[in-house]
Design a protein around this ligand. Structure first.
Ligand SMILES: NC(=O)c1ccc[n+]([C@@H]2O[C@H](COP(=O)([O-])OP(=O)(O)OC[C@H]3O[C@@H](n4cnc5c(N)ncnc54)[C@H](O)[C@@H]3O)[C@@H](O)[C@H]2O)c1
Length: 257
């Protein structure tokens, strides 16, 4: 995979859900571009593993345990970032979960609360605490994670689809509210990517559904987390200065097919 040259030396990046999948890939890419990185996750072992990978490659990273659905934990996560590296420039609000497939009528309420809590409330809380830290620094850039499902909907999962549509709304409003104060807020909308989520989906999908998941996007295969990370880091960099309050599809055109 080819990579553009991006210099983030002296910058500080925060990645939620940085313990695995796309978050791990973006943490590694931010660090490879010279940023100091805070990896936040509820999974301590995997979060620490990401930090080790960054450090083995010569980068700078620290881990903080944080459940993004909890206000205090998110406040502490941002506070830890500022205390450890002196501020916050970039955030990849990436932590997210997907549940089993249920009809609307049968969708368990506790599962609804979990999915909305992590995917939607979590992004809101991150914005709420990250933006003041970025304003204190004179600006910054945030990439939230939506999904291809925000273009047409995933028939099997109403909470996931609703949460990701909500992320697009948060992105639009936050991006518009803070543009004049130097903060850009965008959302990336990946297609199907080889991560913990697709690994877990294999356990509840039929073999036919798994084949479809793996081959449906025009790319003809699952995307790799590193391919998404490249776009996330580019969106944070000054090269993307004119991109704000936008949803960027990263699915090789699946959303219009
Ligand atoms: N994989 C895909 O095909 C795909 C497609 C579109 C969007 N997404 C989105 O991409 C994002 C990243 O997911 P991924 O595919 O890399 O999955 P993943 O399961 O590989 O990684 C998600 C990480 O988030 C962490 N996490 C979960 N709940 C958390 C919480 N409450 N607080 C903090 N961390 C938490 C997990 O421990 C894990 O390390 C998610 O928002 C997901 O919805 C994934």
């Amino acid at each position: 995979m080819s990579q553009v040259s991006i210099d983030l030396g002296g910058k500080v990046a925060l990645v939620t859900g940085g313990g695995y999948g796309m978050g791990r890939a973006s943490a590694r890419r931010f660090a490879a571009c010279g940023a100091s990185v805070v990896v936040a996750d509820i999974d301590v072992a995997r979060g620490l593993e990401t930090v080790d990978l960054v450090r083995e490659a010569g980068g700078t990273a620290s881990f903080v345990e944080a459940d993004v659905s909890q206000d205090d934990a998110v406040a502490d996560m941002v506070g830890f970032t500022a205390a450890t590296y002196g501020g916050l420039d970039y955030a990849h609000n990436n932590a997210g979960i997907i549940g089993p497939q249920h009809s609307v009528v049968d969708y368990p309420l506790d599962l609804w609360d979990d999915v909305i809590g992590t995917n939607l409330r979590g992004v809101f809380l991150c914005l709420k605490h990250e933006i003041p830290a970025m304003l204190a620094r004179g600006g910054g850039a945030i990439v939230n994670v939506a999904s291809e499902t925000t273009y047409k909907g995933n028939v099997g999962d109403i909470a996931y689809t609703a949460s990701k549509h909500g992320v697009v709304g948060l992105t639009t409003v936050a991006g518009l509210q803070y543009a004049r104060r130097g903060i850009r807020v965008n959302a990336i909308a990946p297609g199907n990517v080889e991560t913990g989520i697709t690994e877990a989906a294999r356990e509840f999908l039929t073999p036919d559904q798994v084949r479809r998941m793996e081959t449906i996007q025009p790319l003809g295969r699952l995307a790799q987390p590193e391919e998404i990370a490249e776009i996330v880091v580019w969106l944070c960099s000054d090269a993307a200065l004119l991109v704000n309050a936008s949803r960027i599809a990263a699915d090789t055109g699946w959303h219009v097919s």
